[in-house]
Design a protein around this ligand. Structure first.
Ligand code: SF4
Ligand code: SF4
Length: 144
């Protein structure tokens, strides 16, 4: 588990202790019924350009999951990482748009578990500590 913390400049997106060990079941996106103009995530994207995003290899398409392999890197026999999220200035390879202006996940329906669990109330305008930390990194004010 040493690859998940400690030596990188970036934070992990989710505390490894809370990361699911197996593929997260597909669930409806929290944004499903939220009008775009009310969803602050669509003007943000900061979390996709702030944290390392690691997940179980089982979530890769090649392992029977749904995350496209080309957008991820296998880190160990058991874990994979979204490409670009361990750079000095992280930016997930799946992120489309401009952080703080207009941004969205290019693989929203197929994104890995940590992304599904992050900031689940943010689309409704309710941030949490990690969401607001990501926003602060990009000069964006906290959500209420
Ligand atoms: S969860 Fe928070 S940091 Fe991520 S896109 Fe939404 S508002 Fe931005
Ligand atoms: S997979 Fe999508 S939601 Fe997850 S970090 Fe990348 S752009 Fe963001």
């Amino acid at each position: 588990m040493g690859h998940m913390h400690g030596t990188h400049a970036t934070d992990t997106r989710i505390d490894p202790a809370f990361r699911p060990a197996v593929t997260t079941p597909m669930t409806p996106a929290p944004t499903a019924n939220v009008p775009a103009h009310d969803n602050p995530c669509l003007r943000c994207g900061a979390c996709c350009a702030s944290f390392r995003v690691d997940f179980a290899v089982d979530e890769l398409q090649s392992h029977g999951g749904c995350v496209p392999d080309g957008l991820a890197v296998e880190i160990t026999a058991h874990s994979a990482r979204m490409r670009g999220t361990d750079h000095a200035r992280p930016r997930c390879a799946a992120l489309v748009g401009t952080v703080g202006e207009k941004a969205c996940c290019g693989i929203h329906e197929w994104r890995p578990g940590p992304c599904r669990e992050f900031g689940m109330l943010a689309p409704l305008g309710r941030g949490d500590e990690a969401c607001n930390r990501a926003r602060a990194r990009h000069g964006l004010p906290p959500l209420d």
